[in-house]
Design a binder for this molecule. Structure first.
Ligand SMILES: CC(C)(COP(=O)(O)OP(=O)(O)OC[C@H]1O[C@@H](n2cnc3c(N)ncnc32)[C@H](O)[C@@H]1OP(=O)(O)O)[C@@H](O)C(=O)NCCC(=O)NCCS
Length: 187
C-alpha cells in the first residue's frame, strides 16, 4: 500500500508541467474517452506555457468524441498535486448545456495510473464539490459514469451521488451509463 497523499487542489501552473507530461506518458488522459497520443503529448511538452494558459482560459468550443465541434461551457480545472508532482485533475463545468445534460454533467476527474487506489479520486471529487459550493450558484451537480467503471461509481456514491437513471452510453456503443445527482446544499 502506498503512503497516503494529501489531496491539495490547485489551479494549473507551470511548476507541475514536467510531472503532468510524465503522467500522460504513464497513461493519464485529459479525456477518459480518448487516450493521449504520442503527438498530443509531444505538442503539450513542447509548449507548456501555452497549455497552462489554455487550462486557465479554456476555449469556447470543444471537439466531441465523434470529431464534431460543440459549444464548451465555462470550466475550472483543479489539479491534485503533492509538492511539484501532478497526481490528477478534476474539472468543474459551471453549468450544463443540452449536450452535457444528456451526458457529461458538471464534474469529471482522472487520477494518473501510479496514484490510483489510495483514495485520491474520492478526495478530489470532495474538493471539487467544495469548490463548486463556494464558487457557483448551483443547488446540485450532475455526474455521469460508464457502468463498466466500478471504481468511479464508488467514488460518486461515496460523495453522496444519488442515481438519477441509467441510459445507453452516447459515445460507447453497447455500453450503459449512469447519471447521478449530488446535492451541494441542504434543502
Ligand atoms: C476511476 C478513478 C478516478 C479512480 O481513482 P482512484 O484514486 O483509484 O479512486 P479511489 O482510490 O478514491 O477510490 C476508488 C474506490 O473504488 C473501489 N474500487 C476500485 N476498483 C473497484 C472495482 N473493480 N470494483 C468495485 N470497487 C472498486 C476502491 O476500493 C475504492 O473504494 P473504497 O474507498 O471504498 O475502498 C481512476 O481509476 C481513473 O482516473 N480512471 C480513468 C479516468 C476515469 O475513469 N475517470 C472517471 C470518469 S467518470
Amino acid at each position: 500500500m502506498s503512503r497516503p497523499v494529501p489531496a491539495s487542489l490547485v489551479r494549473p501552473d507551470l511548476r507541475y508541467m514536467a510531472s503532468f507530461v510524465e503522467a500522460m506518458r504513464e497513461g493519464y488522459s485529459r479525456d477518459n474517452l480518448r487516450p493521449e497520443t504520442a503527438d498530443t503529448i509531444a505538442a503539450i511538452a513542447a509548449e507548456p506555457e501555452a497549455f497552462v494558459r489554455q487550462q486557465l482560459n479554456p476555449p469556447t468550443t470543444i471537439v466531441l468524441p465523434d470529431g464534431s465541434l460543440g459549444d464548451r461551457v465555462p470550466e475550472s480545472q483543479l489539479w491534485c498535486v503533492d509538492g511539484d508532482a501532478f497526481l490528477g485533475s478534476v474539472g468543474v463545468r459551471h453549468r450544463l448545456n443540452p449536450m452535457l445534460e444528456a451526458w457529461g454533467g458538471h464534474i469529471g476527474y482522472a487520477v494518473r495510473p501510479s496514484a490510483r487506489g489510495r483514495g485520491l479520486a474520492s478526495a478530489m471529487l470532495a474538493g471539487g464539490l467544495d469548490w463548486a459550493r463556494a464558487n457557483l450558484p448551483l443547488e446540485r451537480v450532475m455526474l455521469t459514469v460508464n457502468e463498466n467503471n466500478p471504481a468511479s461509481i464508488r467514488v460518486i456514491e461515496k460523495n453522496g451521488g444519488v442515481l438519477r437513471d441509467t441510459v445507453p452510453h452516447p459515445w460507447v456503443p453497447g455500453d450503459a451509463g449512469r447519471r447521478y445527482w449530488i446535492a451541494l446544499r441542504d434543502t
